[in-house]
Design a protein around this ligand. Structure first.
Ligand code: FE2
Ligand code: ZN
Length: 371
């Protein structure tokens, strides 16, 4: 049961709202005016805000404030009235729910059947929830035709197109523009660190895997960073601050970005890790802070490369399987292989916002059917 409001009064440039549990909220005048929920201040059909803050003076103050039955009524000098339910204000105070969960010991990506994922909304909801929580799932019984990844678009799309190709083909034959197109081992990384906003979701589709070696590895980058933050807060902060250059190119493409490896939101939650040994560029050795950066980066590399850490899962991606990774969190890697047989992988990129949207829609549909 939420506390009820018992009094409201003007204090300086805010309205103080007092609750029966002894707490109070300070509601800034400009916040109150900007968020007026009335039909004049909103686009009625879409619920979008229409009122523009520039229409009032910065020192605007209510003429009168009153409270009745948990409705706060603000009367403005121009006779406009704003009515707020106290419950609607309280609902804003709850922190947003964190969907991501740590990997349990011995974690392997949860498998889902391809056809069911695409055609059965209950399976799709389970798969997308698992994906949002752990940052990676496995799809099985996937057709081995090239460009099968296009069929994911209605569920998790649209595809985010990047340079080089719409569907990227990774094999030792064909267009070689990075280490992935060799048989060398690939250390954990995320793709397109050379974009200022790298793709947030990557689907890796194994069409054929007949080689010896080449096991797939996924690493929970955020878990490694959290551990680094608790062991060496100073290193973590350097990685949040120090800009690093990344480049990916070939004869007809040139992508380049300079950004810190770690990005946090204003609450300090990790939002993304940008990590690509292969795309990282030489930086000026005279740059201020570079020595400290390299100490921090060395520690991060040790932890990412550690094959015995708990935040790593190794498995063989078979022909006819896809792993879907939340690429700002989960790094992918591959062991070296013998290039004497066929190994063909394709990948395409998507955005996490669109997956979050799809999950909300699927749940809404389910609930309206059940309701
Ligand atoms: Fe990659
Ligand atoms: Zn209004």
């Amino acid at each position: 049961m939420e506390a009820s409001a018992i009094n409201a009064e003007l204090v300086n440039d805010s309205v103080m709202l007092y609750l029966d549990d002894g707490s109070h909220y300070e509601l800034p005048n400009l916040w109150l005016r900007d968020n007026c929920p009335c039909d004049d201040c909103r686009v009625v059909q879409t619920q979008e805000k229409r009122f523009m803050l520039s229409d009032v003076d910065v020192h605007l103050a209510p003429q009168k404030v009153s409270l009745a039955r948990d409705i706060l009524r603000i009367s403005w000098p121009d006779h406009h009235q704003s009515l707020f339910s106290v419950a609607s204000i309280q609902s804003l105070l709850k922190p947003p729910k964190q969907q991501n969960k740590p990997w349990p010991k011995g974690f392997v990506p949860e498998p889902f059947d391809w056809d069911s994922f695409l055609n059965n909304s209950t399976v799709a909801i389970g798969a997308l929830e698992s994906f949002m929580q752990f940052g990676v799932i496995l799809l099985k019984q996937v057709p081995r035709d090239p460009a099968t990844l296009e069929q994911l678009a209605p569920m998790i799309g649209p595809i985010r197109e990047l340079l080089f190709d719409r569907i990227h083909s990774v094999s030792v034959e064909g267009h070689v523009y990075n280490i992935a197109h060799t048989s060398l081992g690939l250390p954990p990384h995320n793709d397109f660190a050379s974009y200022s906003f790298p793709p947030s979701v990557q689907a890796l589709h194994m069409l054929h895997n007949e080689v010896a070696g080449g096991d797939s590895i996924v690493v929970d980058g955020w878990a490694i960073l959290e551990q680094l933050r608790s062991d060496h807060a100073d290193y973590f902060q350097i990685l949040c601050d120090f800009p690093v250059a990344f480049r990916q190119f070939d004869d007809s493409n040139e992508t380049y970005a300079v950004a810190p490896m770690v990005r946090c939101d204003n609450m300090g939650n990790i939002v993304s890790l940008r990590f690509s040994n292969q795309l990282m560029q030489m930086m000026s050795p005279l740059q201020s802070g570079i020595k400290q950066f390299y100490r921090a980066y060395h520690e991060l590399c040790l932890r990412i490369a550690d094959s015995k850490q708990d935040y790593r899962s190794t498995f063989r991606l078979q022909g006819g399987e896809i792993i879907l990774v939340a690429a700002h969190r989960v790094l992918h890697a591959r062991e070296s292989f013998q290039p004497t047989a066929k190994r063909h992988l394709q990948d395409a990129y998507f955005e996490l916002d669109n997956i979050a949207n799809k999950l909300v829609l699927l749940k809404r549909q389910r609930d309206s059917k059940n309701g």
